[in-house]
Design a binder for this molecule. Structure first.
Ligand SMILES: O=C(O)[C@H](O)[C@@H](O)[C@H](O)[C@H](O)COP(=O)(O)O
Ligand code: SF4
Length: 616
């Protein structure tokens, strides 16, 4: 199968623009490759500290030459998606020992649940928590004891953070280990309907809590296709998972068998073997292009228009929203999972899941097949489906037919000829929009602006009955430099109620939305942000705004002379400076790059290429 010309063109463009940064990165990871077991480069004192509490593994750590795995875990009881990981280190240590090697928990990383913090002050720490996860991963792996790493994490900022941190140790072969989705509960669409009724005062708080608890009811990842489950797709199409592991439910024999298999495989791909697969070479421009194609084909989370930029940068690669837009416009939409449809990820997995999607996209030449996947094969092998034959883990061929064409389709009969994400641009700057979750009749709007400085101000206006007629809700001062770029997903039920009443509404913000947001047209991540004096700060109440997600345009229809004479409004950021720990993130707000450059405070010094303007 030959590569699609757009996939080829974008890959070459990324490689060319990144050549200097990428070659320096590869030289660093080549130089970091140890000659023997990594721990042998440590001094006696260092090493003694390293295995002091290693019990049964001490002899092999002391005198042996077998590989040693560092586990970095994001376990906590707070995230339903991470709670099942509590016992994974025990399983991994046993598996590594049985395979002749050893394993230790190198360190833990923080994990925030965006569901708990949604609409709360904690959401203003969420995006930067990704960079704290990256730094925490580096702290864990900095003990230099490890010939391979296993990263235990699933949710929104955690997988991107783990990946950014691990890429700073690009010489270490690294495999992600997930826990999988919770079994299906109350369908996401029904939960959203109760939320809308509650927003209109037609459902009680008790009814709402019942519905929420019936939807989020157990251990495992929430079942909508938000950022956490988009993470799982990305890790599969980048070749960083054992094949087909993403959506196997937790606390099942198959899930545990996959965790054991990841530990065994990690020892097979260290520099001590003849199949060395360091993560810095697994994540190359082809893997990053596959991630963008996967995002477009599945209607993945808009948050990855930010995270993927930071992840690529950690591997010495520079991507932007033009790359994402061009790939998305040439990638068919193959998946309809909430918020892009009614099904959840369990239904998607049962219909053929990521194995079917990967095989379809590789065979159509839209995805690169020749990746250095951690399982030892190429990306077509990633498409295989794991199952237990008795107690033996085997992988069968990916399905060639979708099990449910209302959820999953092939390249020949897609839901849409174009993928789920678009870049918008115009005199208001640049933004991202997820079209796959918005009905075609709602993808264009020309209406007057209603300007808000907070999402609560918009909700108060709704309660006061002030949101009449058609309008574009402008919620600004929500960018990374302003208040950490929170998700404004609490607006979804209210804007959905207005749209269902027949009003034409849209959102325009320099903030984010949840990967679970959908239904209402939302131009988000507007860059430059208001706190940088971006055009969004020049908008006035009543200005006419035109957003066209199909054409990719976002325009303030204001007289040219008047527009250029305007001064940007300065957002009042006092409320976000303190409280809930926000005072500890002031330096990140000051040094972060723009949304289009990953909203990242980790690379500000080297920036992205020659442009040192952090607001650009
Ligand atoms: O990007 C995402 O996918 C969201 O951050 C998600 O992780 C978060 O938990 C949502 O808030 C869930 O949706 P609800 O808030 O609608 O439950
Ligand atoms: S998917 Fe979102 S709400 Fe669910 S556990 Fe993960 S972070 Fe929390």
């Amino acid at each position: 199968m030959s590569l699609h010309p757009v996939t080829e063109r974008v890959t070459a463009r990324i490689a060319e623009r990144s050549a200097k940064l990428r070659s320096a990165y590869l030289a660093r990871i080549d130089a970091a490759r140890p000659s023997g077991p990594a721990r042998k480069d440590l001094g006696c004192g260092n090493l003694a500290h390293g295995f002091a509490a290693s019990g049964a593994d001490k002899p092999q750590l002391k005198a042996g030459h077998a590989g040693h795995i560092g586990i970095v875990t994001a376990y906590n009881d707070m995230l339903s998606a991470h709670q099942p990981m509590e016992h994974y280190p025990t399983l991994i240590r046993m598996a590594a020992r049985n395979a002749g090697g050893s394993a230790q928990v190198a360190g833990g990383v923080p994990a925030m649940c965006d569901g708990v913090t949604q609409g709360r002050a904690g959401m203003e720490l969420s995006l930067f928590s990704r960079d704290v996860v990256a730094q925490s991963t580096a702290i864990a792996l900095s003990h230099e004891m490890f010939d391979a790493a296993l990263l235990l994490g699933v949710c929104d900022k955690i997988v991107p953070g783990l990946l950014i941190g691990a890429l700073a140790f690009g010489h270490v072969p690294t495999i992600f280990v997930p826990a999988g989705p919770m079994p299906s509960g109350l369908p996401n669409k029904e939960k959203a309907a109760v939320r809308q009724r509650f927003a209109e005062g037609k459902a009680t708080k008790e009814e709402l809590l019942e519905a929420e608890s019936a939807s989020y009811h157990g251990a495992g990842t929430c079942t909508f296709y938000g950022t956490a489950n988009s993470n799982q797709m990305l890790v599969e199409v980048m070749g960083l998972h054992m094949p087909g592991t993403a959506f196997v439910n937790p606390n099942t024999p198959l899930r545990d068998a996959l965790t054991v298999a990841a530990a065994e495989q990690a020892l097979r791909i260290t520099h001590l073997t003849n199949d060395y697969r360091p993560i810095g070479r697994v994540v190359d421009e082809k893997a990053i292009v596959n991630a963008m194609v996967g995002l477009a084909a599945t209607g993945g989370s808009t948050n990855h228009a930010i995270h993927l930029v930071a992840i690529a940068r950690a591997a010495g690669l520079i991507i932007d929203w033009d790359d994402l837009d061009e790939l998305s416009r040439h990638t068919p939409l193959l998946v309809r999972v909430y918020p892009n449809g009614s099904a959840d990820v369990n239904h998607f997995h049962a219909a053929g899941g990521l194995g079917f999607v990967i095989r379809e996209l590789v065979e159509a030449g839209l995805m690169h097949r020749d990746l250095l996947c951690v399982h030892g094969g190429d990306l077509l092998r990633q498409a295989k489906v794991p199952e237990l034959d008795g107690t033996k883990l085997i992988w069968s061929e990916a399905p060639t037919q979708s099990g449910d064409t209302t959820i999953l389709r092939g390249v020949q009969e897609p839901f849409d000829a174009e993928g789920g994400l678009r870049r918008l641009q115009g005199n208001l700057g640049r933004a991202v929009v997820k079209v796959s979750a918005v009905a075609p009749e709602h993808r264009r709007i020309e209406a007057r602006a209603k300007v808000f400085e907070t999402q609560d101000a918009l909700l108060a206006a709704f309660k006061a009955g002030q949101l009449e007629g058609d309008f574009v809700a402008v919620v600004r001062g929500q960018g990374p430099r302003a208040n950490g770029m929170p998700e404004l997903h609490k607006l979804t039920p209210t804007l959905s109620v207005l749209q269902d009443r027949g009003q034409r509404v849209a959102l325009l913000t320099d903030g984010r939305m949840s990967g679970a947001s959908g239904k209402v047209l939302a131009a988000i991540h507007v860059s430059p942000e208001a706190a940088c004096g971006g055009a969004i700060a020049m908008l006035r109440e009543g200005d006419v705004i035109a957003i066209d997600a199909e054409a990719g345009t976002m325009q303030a229809l204001v007289d040219e002379a008047e527009w250029s004479a305007r001064e940007p409004a300065q957002p009042d950021l006092a409320a976000s400076a303190h409280g809930t720990g926000r005072e500890l993130f002031a330096t990140m707000r000051r040094t972060t790059t723009s949304a289009e450059r990953g909203a990242c405070a980790l690379f500000a010094d080297a920036s992205f290429g020659d442009d040192k303007d952090l607001c650009a």
